[in-house]
Design a protein around this ligand. Structure first.
Ligand code: MOS
Length: 700
């Protein structure tokens, strides 16, 4: 691609930055059509059972009350949704706590909330008790089974060679276990939708990671042709996977709008998010690593136990990264899943890789300890020439480069390897390293590019910018392909009226949309060059569709890699762990915007700091509820928790990806980050903590 200094790779500021800071950018809940009603859902107060009656009399007598929809009288869907979590108000069973059992509609948000609070729900109560529920995950749970597939279509179970025998024969062995609690996505903007049904057309403003999937679900459920449904997601305040699939709020908003004939706005209270927008399932890890005395792995086994709900199978694929990371002639990677009376887990930033690499990279640190070997050197020694599980060559793999560059920048060589050796008064200081990996995906997309008389261009694609800077990066991709300045390009994203495109997920958004944008702009450039007539007043438009290339399965293993280095202090009086500094180096193909990329990577690392030190949710056995459901009890890192976090990258030339040569950067920053912090805590204290988060109660 023609490199123009002002476009691709440049640290361009967000195109919509000014609109965001001035409030001109409007999010899903900030659209209020005339006559708009407000909705507030009623969440089930039991974890398992049946609704026998919903008494709405007192609720409907409140000022401003308009209606209450219940499982007994809500409109029925034309067809059942594929996602069982969307089958709301269609039947009386309660599959998990927090499941919606009614929807209050009123003239104001305050009234809707009051109406919802006044709804009285009765549940089937044999013996005056709700049906017993089971929400507790255990390795030996009688209902645990090995799924055929884990998330993403990955095999649930893989074995090469004889991992058990090779482990037994290994001169150096680590047999260890780690626990990661449930985690919640908690985007800054909670899920919200405003729906309007008029003249047989449904228009929905939704906070989502991809409008095309939302449109297709709404069209199916409400029996509308897709071209009569429009989903707009112009600005979205984060999702981290929880908005990657349509969620109950948008279904309920559309249902209520169609039912009442009035626009309806539904903005979820944050405390509802853990139960209805997915969560990262808890994972129990057992790792067995066997090695020669020189550190060469001979056996690698990673066994994961996790939960799913009773209504859908979702298997956090946490053993999958072990199939990518290190060479070993014998390997076992397997998942077991237990269906419980819990909300259905779903995608959360780097699903699989995040908990899986926490466990694997912690275990690698234990192995380095057992060997008396530097943990950077151990990883370098086991860097494979081809992808261990598939045998495919890597399109590029620069983990070793990231480790060396990170070690150099961090000053790793000056580290005293002995645990507990560095003390400042009551503080123990330590540092740790961990590796990162995340696959480089791309999905089919379409896009159009229009040349206008006067030298300006409009690029259209239904991409979603969830706060990442995607809108700006796509404009840069277009400007580079058109060989014009960035400000000659106008970009339109975030509506299903625009050319169809996949979601912002799997770190694949920019690769997928950018590929189609690049194609449309390249073809437009050629069409303009071939043309001698002046442009017509409405310009010249070219559309592109990357279905053929993006669907082709390449004979290469394509992944981004990275290395994290963390320094912590552990207060021996209070048990508090504080991050002193953290540094990540990533190899993620070509970086398309240095400013937004750095922000994505640093943001991912901060999420890893939260996972290591403060974030964690408890499934309360008595009530079947997530105990920490708000930001007061579920602490995501605040500024005071985050000091001196740096992200760097190796500029990688990889022609086997997409025309931009990019790998995706949305998730890799978080993978392995928690392990680096945990390994630093071990180095500081000499104690190996194997359950997250590393809160003072665990440290003391
Ligand atoms: Mo991300 S969890 O792929 O939206």
């Amino acid at each position: 691609m023609a490199a123009t200094p002002h476009t691709l790779g440049a640290p361009a500021e967000r195109i919509e930055g000014r609109d965001k800071v001035t409030g001109a950018a409007r999010y899903a809940a900030e659209h209020t059509p005339p006559g708009c009603l407000h909705a507030w859902p009623v969440a089930a107060g039991i974890a398992c059972g049946r609704v026998t009656a919903v008494d709405t009399a007192a609720a409907l007598a409140l000022p401003g009350a308009v209606a209450v929809l219940t499982p007994f009288d809500a409109p029925r869907f034309a067809a059942p949704p594929d996602d069982a979590e969307l089958d709301v108000l269609q039947y009386d069973a309660v599959p998990h706590r927090g499941w919606y059992v009614a929807l209050a509609l009123a003239e104001t948000p305050e009234a809707a909330r009051a109406v919802a609070a006044a709804v009285r729900v009765a549940y089937a109560d044999p013996g005056d008790e709700p049906e017993p529920h089971d929400v507790v995950l255990a390795e030996d749970h009688p209902e645990a089974y090995t799924p055929e597939k884990a998330n993403g279509g990955q095999p649930g179970h893989r074995e090469r060679g004889d991992a058990a025998a090779a482990f037994a024969a290994a001169p150096v062995r680590v047999d260890t276990a780690y626990r990661v609690p449930p985690l919640h996505n908690h985007p800054m903007e909670p899920h919200a939708a405003t729906a309007h049904y008029s003249g047989g057309r449904l228009t929905v403003y939704d906070s989502c990671q991809g409008g095309n999937a939302v449109r297709s679900v709404l069209a199916t459920l409400f029996d509308l042709p897709e071209d009569r449904v429009t989903v707009v997601a112009e600005h979205v305040g984060g999702g981290f996977g929880s908005k990657g699939t349509p969620r109950p709020h948008v279904v309920l908003a559309a249902m209520a709008a169609i039912h009442t004939g009035r626009p309806v706005k539904l903005a979820l209270p944050r405390r509802h998010l853990p139960a209805v927008t997915g969560h990262r399932a808890p994972t129990l890890h057992r790792l067995r690593l066997g090695a020669e005395r020189d550190g060469t792995l001979t056996s690698l086994s990673h066994e994961v136990t996790t939960h799913t709900s009773r209504i859908a199978e979702f298997v956090e694929q946490a053993a999958v990264p072990a199939r990518v990371m290190y060479g070993s002639p014998h390997s076992l990677t397997t998942h077991r899943v237990v269906p419980l009376d819990v909300p259905t887990p779903s995608w959360m930033r780097a699903p699989g890789e995040t908990p899986g690499m926490y466990a694997l990279e912690s275990a690698m640190d234990e192995l380095a300890d057992a060997l008396g070997m530097d943990p950077v050197e151990l990883r370098v020694r086991n860097d494979p020439a081809t992808e261990p599980d598939s045998g495919r060559p890597f399109s590029s793999r620069n983990l070793v480069g990231c480790l060396h560059e990170g070690a150099r920048r961090f000053g790793w060589a000056d580290r005293d390897p002995r645990p507990g050796a560095r003390r400042e008064g009551p503080l123990l200081i330590g540092s740790g390293v961990a590796a990162a990996t995340y696959p480089a995906y791309a999905a089919p997309s379409t896009a159009s590019a229009t040349a206008h008389p006067g030298g300006t261009y409009t690029v259209r694609v239904n991409a979603t910018d969830i706060g990442t800077g995607a809108r700006t990066v796509l404009a840069q991709v277009a400007a580079a392909a058109l060989a014009v300045p960035l400000d000659a390009v106008r970009i339109e994203i975030g509506s299903t009226r625009l050319p169809r495109a996949p979601l912002a997920g799997g770190s694949s958004g920019t690769a997928s949309w950018g590929w189609a944008v690049h194609r449309a702009c390249t073809d437009l450039t050629a069409a303009l060059a071939a043309r001698s007539d002046p442009l017509p007043a409405d310009g010249l438009t070219v559309t592109a569709d990357t279905s053929d290339e993006a669907r082709r399965t390449p004979p290469y293993a394509r992944h981004a890699f990275g290395a994290h280095f963390a320094e912590v202090q552990v207060d021996t009086v209070t048990g508090e762990v504080r991050l002193r500094r953290m540094l990540g180096v990533f190899a993620a193909g070509r970086v398309l915007n240095a400013r937004t990329a750095r922000s994505q990577l640093v943001g991912g690392m901060i999420m890893g700091i939260g996972m290591a030190l403060t974030e964690g949710s408890t499934m309360d056995a008595a009530h079947g509820d997530f105990t920490e459901s708000d930001l007061a009890s579920y602490h995501v890192p605040a500024h005071a928790d985050v000091t001196a976090v740096e992200a760097h990258w190796i500029d990688e030339e990889d022609r086997l990806l997409n025309p931009m040569g990019s790998k995706g950067i949305g998730e890799i920053g978080t993978v392995g980050a928690a392990a680096a912090v945990g390994n630093a805590v071990h180095h500081a204290t000499g104690v190996r903590f194997r359950e997250l988060p590393l809160t003072p109660d665990r440290i003391l």
